[in-house]
Design a protein around this ligand. Structure first.
Ligand SMILES: Nc1ncnc2c1ncn2[C@@H]1O[C@H](COP(=O)(O)OP(=O)(O)OP(=O)(O)O)[C@@H](O)[C@H]1O
Length: 240
């Protein structure tokens, strides 16, 4: 598809002796937020980790712009401009907010304008700049994880379930922040919270048992209750 920033083509991934992804094909168009929805254990995290080269596709291809990244080492994939915010957030609790952000910057230095934008999006980062990350609240830790991903301009950010365990007021802040971030960067968002996903997503793919069972526009899914029930009721009902 023209305009795709990321393409997965018949991707099969094994974890140890288990065949987890059974031929994932997916196009992520450039710009905006695109959502990968699915129940627990459906293969969402495995898909993101396969894109980052943290698991290896046994078959199929992962293509970022014109680069075949299927077998590329993870640091090289990151240098192409892809950031990954894992579900456990990947922050260092014993380091300060500043140190966490410095480690995420490839030059180890901050661009003042960018840092100002991060502080505008997430004021808690400025407030707790010298505080150790373990002392932050759950929502602030998630903000730090996202701040690390945007401290330099990225082409694509992969974010795994950022709303998990967060209060509704924090989730509303996240929606505002993600809308701003998506003005300059494509976001591939893994979610189980359909309301959050619906308020952000332009496109959506639904994964089940390591297979894409639906893909299309978010507006189409949001407006079709029968389709939602068929695709999402088993997996997502408790989150709606
Ligand atoms: N390290 C591992 N060893 C063995 N099996 C694994 C491992 N990691 C994941 N799996 C299995 O792979 C399948 C897909 O897991 P994955 O984490 O990708 O699902 P998910 O859709 O992200 O679910 P969740 O919402 O629970 O994070 C599950 O059946 C899971 O048990």
């Amino acid at each position: 598809m023209s305009g795709a920033i990321l393409r997965l083509d018949d991707v099969h991934t094994d974890i140890a002796q288990y065949h987890i992804l059974h031929g994932i094909s997916m196009n992520v168009p450039e710009g905006g937020v695109h959502v990968l929805l699915g129940r627990n254990g459906a293969g969402k995290t495995t898909t993101l980790r396969t894109v980052m080269g943290l698991w290896r596709a046994r078959k199929g291809a992962v293509v970022f712009r014109h680069h075949d990244i299927t077998a590329m080492p993870t640091p090289d994939i990151a240098r192409l401009g892809i950031a990954y915010v894992p579900e456990n957030m990947g922050i260092f609790g014993g380091l300060t907010v500043e140190e966490n952000m410095r480690l995420a910057s490839t030059s180890g230095r901050f661009d003042d304008d960018r840092l100002g934008r991060v502080f505008a999006l997430f004021p808690a980062m400025e407030k707790f700049w010298t505080k150790q990350a373990f002392a932050l609240s759950g929502g602030q830790k998630q903000m730090l994880a996202i701040s690390r991903a945007i401290i330099e301009r990225r082409e694509l950010i992969l974010i795994d379930e950022p709303t998990k365990g967060l209060a509704p007021a924090i989730i509303r802040n996240m929606i505002t922040a993600f809308r701003e971030i998506a003005e300059e960067t494509t976001i591939l968002l893994v979610e189980q919270n359909f309301l959050f996903a619906r308020s952000l997503g332009r496109g959506v793919a639904v994964i089940d048992d390591g297979r894409i069972v639906h893909s299309g526009g978010m507006a189409e899914l949001a407006g079709d209750e029968a389709l939602q029930t068929r695709l999402l009721s088993l997996s997502l009902a408790e989150h709606q």
